[in-house]
Design a protein around this ligand. Sequence first.
Ligand code: URA
Length: 217
Amino acid sequence: MMRVIPETLVNLCKERMEGYNCEGFVYGRGPMNPAIMIVGEAPGETEIHNGMPFSGRAGKVLDQFFHYLGIGREDIYFTSTVRSRPYKIVQKKTVDNEMIEKKYNRAPNLKEQLAHAPILDYELQHVKPKQLVTLGNIGLQRLLGRKYTISDCHGQLIQSKVRRLKEFDSNEWTWSEETYSIFPTFHPASIFYNRSLEKDIYEDLDHLKDILHKKKS
Ligand code: URA
């Protein structure tokens, strides 16, 4: 699979990430000019381990969504707001009463999102997706700002400019010149915590199916 992101950019983002509790780096993956670009949150432990976006538990649920849409992974470009795994360390007692440290996945904070912003900016400009699908609040707000919440706008088609860094290596947001077609829905992992969201997600997918169908014809 050809890598879209130049190594210099990856190294820049790794430098920008120094001092944060984030590990590894998972490259975005998929074809140029894809039918869909998925914008997730950040890779988790499984993805860091095998270098493949959405290859863990949430990815299995996401695959069911694609199956429902009748679209294969090969037509989709996968990326996310942050490309490293943000983690937190939690002290745990073992059955033998020993204290051990465990790493858990967590959502990326705003500084980490800013640190990795050059990557998604670059991908948007070069991959040129026909349709963006954001998963959860993190991907949505990375692109449209914090006025947008997933509970208010999931399942709606939004035509908008998206947030990007003012300059390649800055820490200030501005808006893209291009207008993108953005479809927000819930993150597949959300149903692990709230099963009732599954119904909302499938209603969103029905709408997305229509949108994709109209784009084809
Ligand atoms: N969530 C994401 O946003 N990306 C992954 O690769 C896995 C889970």
